[in-house]
Ligand binder design. Structure first.
Ligand code: SD4
Length: 346
């Protein structure tokens, strides 16, 4: 039955909507009012360039989710980098990629063991937005990507990766160790970027002008890994976690040890209890070290965290981990504190 009161209410609401819509248009304000100071942090040196692209979105009032996707796409595109298709292959000579993304509403998506697709992070976002699932892997993930219009790239190693792989094949020793900042000659060390050794992962977390948090993580995983091996990066709660009431966290380093303790989720829970981002990362790193005992001296794990107040922090097992930070006031690399400080290293 026609209800006059409801009709009046809804016409009133729509005219308010129209007036607001007109007002926004009349003021030519393309984005919502800036309420918070946006901030973005990301792992390792490649984070500087990635943050710049993220900032194009954050700095003009855009959404953190869009920023963390656009940011890490820069690193995925680097042919000479160890993230994306230019990265070191697995021990059978194939590059296999993992990525995950998470927004402010616990929506999340990930892909793993994905081959021949340039931007795994964008496929992860499509999984989140276009399927009822969180994770797609292997040929299924690739089929989904192609169906979504992502081009299937040529199966070819980058020059750096080919050189590294040939070198590795000489001994073909299976000793997976990740992120060894000081052991440049290791068969498992990642490829070179601009003459510097770089890493095979980028994780990024950001807060936008609305105060919303999001995160992304993308990796080629461990160089010369077993075929099919996954690390923490595509696993929500391990390599990445976002709780919009608390903070956003991502991990880098030896994924197996991050997965064991649901690393990024653990950092979030410590922050929920009131710890600062740095303290929360430190406690989580210490938990891994307690479990590993002496063996912790052989690995690197690091976390970066951002809380709801816009405070950031990081902590690593080994010395040498740094992250890139960008706000409207500064843009820099920050060296993280570590539990082990060089003398007790390896
Ligand atoms: C992995 N956590 O696949 C990733 C590797 C990494 O810098 O972070 N490398 O285990």
């Amino acid at each position: 039955m026609f209800n006059r009161r409801k009709f009046l209410q809804s016409s009133l609401l729509s005219s308010i909507g129209l007036t607001l819509g007109k007002k926004i248009f009349a003021n030519e304000r393309p984005y919502p009012v800036i309420k918070n100071n946006p901030i973005v942090i990301s792992t390792w040196d490649a984070g500087l360039a990635a943050n710049k692209d993220a900032w194009k979105i954050l700095g003009s009032g855009g959404r953190a989710l869009d920023a963390v996707e656009a940011g890490v796409m820069v690193t995925e595109s680097e042919q000479s980098c160890c993230v994306g298709l230019g990265a070191n292959p697995d021990r059978d000579g194939f590059v296999t990629l993992d990525a995950s993304i998470m927004d402010e509403n616990f929506n999340c998506g990930s892909v793993a063991f994905l081959e021949r697709i340039k931007h795994p992070i964008s496929v992860a976002r499509r999984v989140m937005e276009k399927t009822p699932h969180v994770m797609l892997v292997g040929s299924g993930a690739q089929e989904f990507a192609v169906a979504e219009g992502f081009p299937l790239e040529e199966e070819k190693l980058s020059d750096d990766a080919e050189k590294n792989y040939k070198e590795w094949l000489k001994k073909s020793e299976y000793k997976p160790i990740i992120n060894i900042e000081n052991k440049k000659s290791s068969a498992f060390a990642p490829a070179k970027v601009n003459g510097e050794w770089n890493h095979d992962t980028i994780g990024m977390v950001a807060m936008d002008a609305q105060g919303n948090l999001s995160g992304s993580c993308t990796t080629s995983g461990m160089g010369f890994k077993m075929r099919g091996r996954l690390g923490d990066s595509p696993i929500i709660g391990a390599g990445l976690f976002v709780d919009n009431e608390v903070g956003a966290v991502t991990a880098t380093g030896q994924g197996e040890d991050v997965i064991r303790i649901c690393g990024s989720h653990t950092v979030i829970e410590f922050m929920r209890q009131g710890l600062s981002p740095e303290e929360a990362c430190k406690k989580t790193v210490e938990r891994i070290m307690k479990i590993k005992g002496e063996a912790a001296k052989q690995i690197q794990v690091a976390f970066i965290a951002l809380n709801k107040k816009g405070q950031v922090g990081a902590y690593a097992i080994q010395k040498g981990f740094s992250y890139a930070l960008k706000t409207n006031k500064e843009e820099k690399m920050v060296s993280a504190k570590s539990v082990l400080n060089g003398s007790d290293k390896w």
